[in-house]
Design a binder for this molecule. Structure first.
Ligand code: F0G
Length: 461
């Protein structure tokens, strides 16, 4: 018999209770958190969709691997296992373990960046951009034109615009381009996938001009699933083979293991160039730890090695991408304005379109984030003018291109009934649509303000 219901391909061995709360209690918690869910305590959250990063449930095999962790300072068995798994996957001989993705970014981008250097990307993630700008270099996003069409289905909306890339490299002079970074999937661009054809074109342009090509590979397994499903001629390859092929095109990669390596902490930098690897390794030893553990303990490395194997299992990826699409489709059916199609790890709601009465300076995305917590105890994250807004010389807000809210789905953590609860909460969101108040920023730090900013509600005028 052919079944249509896609079940979670695991049984639950350990459970973590969720503390139930009332709307009244959550209203108080929201005010205490200054209308910024980053400031909430997690025990006050029912369904935490803030991020898919470091929030995965580990498998029995990963927990078993943790017991085998070898905590030797140098040359630990756990390191050798992890190094081999990463070498086989990425084709990069030189592997540098770090405590998370941004530590690897810091090692590489401060080394190859600096004043006058340029990085091109489909879209840089915010920590990637911050590391590039911190080095004095400039980061330029060149997303493919399809990415701007929020409501339209395209198979690979995460692609990089290769025409603009080539023009950009010529204009800047190839010697000034520190690297081209392809983020797979394209997180800030809606979790959309990048095609193999696009990666091949990027690689060819980079080779032609002698420019370094780096993959930001933290969701490469999810990206491989989309290629397997959507790209002509690719369905005969396994997702792991597709990922290997993509890695083969690049000169190196950075991976936050907190996503597709199914662990709670970890990351790595892997390179093909020995000289560059040695330079980065020196900084690794100064700032993270000795080269055979970086910022990690032996047990972390065991869990990561195991996770990197498990994440490519066909049944896992089928369920994973299906569960994201399930949430997306139900919300579209209800008339919630969404970025389409669903990304791999998250769905993105267009809060600007949901709340047309709230202009960007009243932060419609943040208003929706607060509303989801108030009505359902759901925590999620604004990706709009709170995160990306800037001020001009007169102190006026220059808004982000879109006022989005991201519901990121932790791996193997929530079941379909949790998602049904989220969908039901959106019914309440729609009912109160016109009543929702905007927010004003009461206090903000100079960098990455979305984490700690404090807000006040603005009464309707
Ligand atoms: N690159 C991408 C594409 C990311 O999404 C992240 C993290 C990083 C790099 C940095 O990795 O957190 O291990 O230092 N993204 C998380 C998120 C925080 O919620 O999307 P990290």
């Amino acid at each position: 018999m052919q079944h249509h219901t896609v079940i979670e391909p695991f049984r639950i061995k350990v459970v973590e209770p969720i503390r139930m709360t009332s709307t009244e209690e959550r209203e108080i918690r929201l005010q205490e958190a200054h209308f910024n869910p980053f400031l909430l305590h997690s025990e006050d959250v029912l369904i935490d969709l803030l991020t898919d990063s470091g929030t995965s449930a580990m498998s029995a095999e990963q927990w078993a691997a943790i017991m085998r962790g070898d905590e030797s300072y140098a040359g630990a068995t756990s390191w050798l296992r992890l190094e081999k798994v990463i070498q086989d996957l990425t084709g990069c001989p030189y592997v540098l373990p770090t405590h998370q993705g941004r530590a690897a970014e810091h090692l590489l981008y401060t080394r190859i960046g600096g004043q006058g250097k340029i990085f091109f990307s489909n879209t840089l993630f915010d920590t990637t951009r911050a590391n590039i700008e911190y080095s004095g270099a400039t980061g330029i996003d060149l997303p493919a034109p399809e990415s701007r069409d929020a409501g339209q289905w395209y198979p690979f909306k995460g692609n990089l615009d290769t025409t603009r890339l080539e023009a950009g490299i010529r204009e800047s002079g190839p010697e000034n381009v520190a690297a081209v970074i392809l983020t797979v999937t394209n997180n800030s661009g809606g979790g959309q996938p990048v095609s193999m054809a696009n990666a091949r074109e990027v690689a060819a342009i980079c080779r032609r001009y002698g420019v370094r090509f780096i993959l930001d590979a933290c969701r490469i397994a999810e990206n491989a699933w989309f290629i397997h499903q959507r790209e002509p001629g690719m369905s005969a390859m396994t997702c792991r083979e597709i990922a290997q092929e993509m890695f083969r095109l690049a000169d190196g990669c950075i991976m936050s293991a907190k996503k597709d390596a199914l662990v709670n902490m970890g990351g790595f930098l892997a390179l093909k160039d020995l000289e560059l690897a040695l330079q980065c390794r020196t900084v690794l030893i100064i700032t993270e730890g000795y080269s055979t553990y970086g910022g990690l303990s032996g047990r972390d490395m065991e869990a990561m090695a195991q996770g990197l194997e498990e994440v490519f299992h066909h049944d896992y990826l089928h369920y994973r991408i299906h569960s994201t699409a399930y949430l997306e489709e139900k919300l579209i059916d209800m008339g919630i304005p969404m970025i389409q199609p669903a990304g791999g790890h998250a769905v993105y709601i267009d809060a600007g379109a949901l709340y047309p009465h709230l202009p960007p300076h009243l932060y419609p995305g943040q208003a929706l984030v607060c509303e989801l917590y108030r009505l359902g105890g759901i925590r999620c994250c604004e990706i709009g003018s709170v995160m990306f807004g800037r001020y001009d010389q007169d102190g006026k807000l220059v808004p982000a291109t879109r006022e989005l809210v991201r519901l990121a789905i932790p791996r193997r953590v929530y079941t379909q009934s949790h998602m049904d609860y989220v969908i039901e909460t959106f019914g309440g969101v729609l009912n109160r649509r016109d009543k929702v108040k905007g927010l004003r920023i009461d206090w903000e730090p100079p960098f990455l303000r979305h984490f700690t900013a404090r807000f006040e509600e603005v009464p309707h005028s």
